[in-house]
Design a binder for this molecule. Sequence first.
Ligand SMILES: [Fe+2]
Length: 343
Amino acid sequence: MEDSKVGTMQNRRSFLKATATAGALTLPGIGLLTGAESVFASSKPTINDNDLAVLQFLAAAELLECDLWGQYCELAKNNEGFRRALQEIDESLPDYVCGDFEDECSHASFINAFLVAAGKDPVNLDSFRTLPSVPVEGAKDIGRLTNLTNLTVDTSYYERYRQHGNPDFGDTFEQIVTIKNQPTVPTSDSIRGLDLLSIAQSAAFHFAAIEQGGSSLYNSLITKVTSLDVVAILASIGPTEVYHFAVFQTALEGIRDLERPGGPEFPDIADRPNRGDIMPEPCSFLDKSFPICSVIRPRNTNTAGAVAAATGLVKSGLFEGQSQAFFDAVVALASAADSAIRS
Ligand SMILES: [Fe+2]
């Protein structure tokens, strides 16, 4: 075995061992999992190593989502200025944010509980909750996994879902707005007015960016799993990410022309020719010889798999300030998930 592969596996094992011992997860009542409507064939789910790798990466991804949406929800609920700025984009945006938070945390809890029920190690990232909260009204002073203060948001999904191209075939799409090294949450209580609206508009693009990534990730990984229970998990959680993406993409209709010193130059969505065009345009799919088809895109491993998703999040600055051990662990989990092959 290559040295790098050995190192990766050791990192992953030590990470899982360390996090499992620190875990506070409780084994769910097996009765809950074996009811009349359960898809389980037996009282204890059995999963192979490939399914395990996919579920452990997804558990980590969901814990990270739970953390970032938790920060957004806290501020959407308890920071009046941020809440009002979000409401200027869409009256219900604070509620959507907190609803998403609840969903993502439920995904993490469920996948970890399923892993425990299958006799496998759950994923616990608590030792990496080291990043500071923003020092503003409404934010709890607790350690975080993610950093929302210096994000580069890829907004290419906006045009990607409105055109016939597909990144799986090498197609690329322009940024509707350049959001580079920007906060998506208030970083000081002195930020108000249009400056705070600019932050909220960056956040609105980040909301949809996260969820389109989740949509593609589940789509990519579902072709790698074998157990029907695990297929059911991915086939049921994945569309929830799509549901979120659709909601947050719709909310972008409220983005208005805005430019602040040092901030992004937002276009007025109402002035764009494809405003309101939120249904996914048919695109190339599987093979260009087939008719174009309205689908989630991309879905290939190199464009939408675990490593691609993790790399995108790292490049966005979401983990700025995290330890090398954190990055090593995430990369190891992602590499293992992408290496899974249906058997
Ligand atoms: Fe999720």
